[in-house]
Design a protein around this ligand. Structure first.
Ligand code: URP
Ligand code: ZN
Ligand code: ZN
Length: 457
């Protein structure tokens, strides 16, 4: 199958230019002027931007959190991703039963995704304890195409510092990346209990029980452990506040290498004022939303390259159902919020259109950097002959309102209801097939493929 995208304005992480793109058998084969090819389907991109399909390296499809389950399975969640311009995800696998090997969850997740996902997908391993078996398995997982693992410094299966160090040392040897959820567990547990005992159980106390410094302390600690492991690759997920950003900058100033930081649209755009609203439970996520000052610091960090990646932490629970578990007590509310579909639109409208970041930076943070860090490169996240023809064609002059009605996730709300958005996605291509046109999903259930990812070095 052949397609030519004509007259588009192409954006990469470092360049922009006007050219046509020829696609053959799912790959970009040629980029040039006035291209023609017998029998090719033509997509006219006049007046539009053409960028690589976005890569979301932090989702939680079908996540089982014990008290409930995230409401998007790999079909609904990836349809939403596709409609928002995301053509590849790397999903964080849930914790399994206590004591299971890493491969246990891989087997579970293969079954959850196969036959359902409509964009290409990979998984991050989840380290819920550490022993010799797990350390050996990290190597096997990398050979199986999963060269990354996530460790939590809070929640039930949190790791202690010695185990974090062991994982970092092993991952450095393999060339894999360890992702960390950074919050000081003891501080958070103490404050949650304190507020609960005082009867302060409204959603606002979710934020108060997880202060900026509880996150920044854990970020600093993990960065120092990575330094002790000889600058092991370390990736901070959902960095949400200015103090954590400073910790990242400080470590780099000291010469530490292989540090990667991710934030998410909710931390750039929404603030803790959301918890004062009647529907504050919609925003119960960890880390919590912060202040406007934090948002502005994160935009600056994104613009100057201190933050490499914007992912989503898509983890949807229905406001009308699962979130109501927290109605009398924020500690009983499942943590997480939807966002896989909104990311590109929000970053263009709130970031590029408002002059906070350039279009090149948007492509870097949503497409190329996540692909490079997590080993999807050079197939995903870039526009170059030989790369997969995963492409987004967007009209920078289009506009719309973000409403739940327009969304494709199975969840019953968007955290950005009513927000005016500049820029509209016209077409999304996955390996050359048009899977979205004007907010309509055209793809086929199960057409997403498992991505065997490479190590960082
Ligand atoms: O509240 C959140 N972020 N839930 C999803 C799991 C995690 O911590 O990333
Ligand atoms: Zn997390
Ligand atoms: Zn997460």
């Amino acid at each position: 199958m052949k397609t030519i995208i004509k007259n588009g304005h192409i954006f990469t992480e470092s360049e922009d230019y006007q050219a046509d793109i020829l696609i053959r058998d799912g790959k970009i084969t040629c980029i040039g002027q006035k291209l023609s090819e017998e029998g090719a389907k033509i997509i006219d991109a006049e007046g539009c931007y053409v960028l690589p399909g976005a890569v979301d390296v932090h989702t939680h499809m079908d996540l089982d959190v014990g008290i409930s389950r995230a409401v998007d399975d790999f079909y609904d969640g990836t349809v939403a991703a596709a409609c928002g311009g995301t053509t590849a995800i790397v999903d964080h696998m849930a914790f399994g039963p206590a004591g299971v090997p890493l491969h246990h969850q891989f087997e579970v997740y293969k079954k959850l995704a196969e036959g359902k996902a409509v964009v290409d997908y990979g998984f991050h391993g989840t380290a819920q304890y550490v022993d010799e078996g797990i350390l050996n398995e990290l190597e096997e997982m990398a050979s199986d195409g999963i060269p990354s693992v996530k460790a939590y410094l809070t929640y039930g299966f949190k790791l202690n510092d010695a185990d974090v160090l062991r994982i970092l040392e092993k991952m450095k040897e393999i060339g894999g990346v360890t992702a960390f959820h950074c919050e000081n567990h003891d501080v958070v547990e103490y404050l949650r209990k304190k507020y609960k005992d005082e009867g302060r159980t409204a959603p606002l106390y979710h934020a108060k029980s997880r202060p900026n410094l509880a996150e920044a302390e854990a970020v600093e600690r993990v960065l120092k452990l990575a330094r002790m492991a000889g600058d092991a690759p370390v990736y901070i997920v959902h960095l949400s506040c200015k103090e954590s950003l400073e910790a990242v900058r400080d470590a780099r100033r000291h010469g530490q290498k292989n540090i990667f930081a991710e934030t998410c649209p909710q931390y750039l755009i929404l603030t803790e004022e959301c918890y004062r609203r009647e529907d504050g439970l919609k925003y119960v996520m960890s880390p919590p939303l912060r202040t406007r000052q934090d948002c502005e610091a994160l935009w600056e960090g994104l613009a100057d390259g201190s933050i490499q990646v914007v992912a989503t932490d898509h983890c949807p629970f229905n406001y009308g159902k699962e979130k109501q578990m927290g109605i009398d007590d924020f500690t009983a509310c499942p943590n997480g919020a939807p966002g896989v579909e909104e990311r590109l639109m929000l970053l263009f409208s709130e970031g590029v259109a408002k002059g906070r970041i350039t279009m090149n930076r948007l492509v870097g943070a949503l497409c190329t950097e996540p692909s490079r860090i997590y080993g999807l490169y050079p197939e995903k996240g870039l526009i170059r002959p030989g790369a997969d023809a995963d492409l987004v064609i967007m009209d920078p002059k289009g506009s719309s309102r973000l409403t739940h009605e327009r969304m494709h996730s199975a969840v019953d709300y968007t955290a950005y209801e009513g927000m005016r958005i500049l820029g509209e996605i016209r077409h999304v291509l996955l390996r050359g097939s048009e899977i979205v046109r004007d907010n309509r999903f055209l793809g086929e259930k199960g057409s997403g493929r498992f991505i065997r990812r490479n190590t960082l070095y």
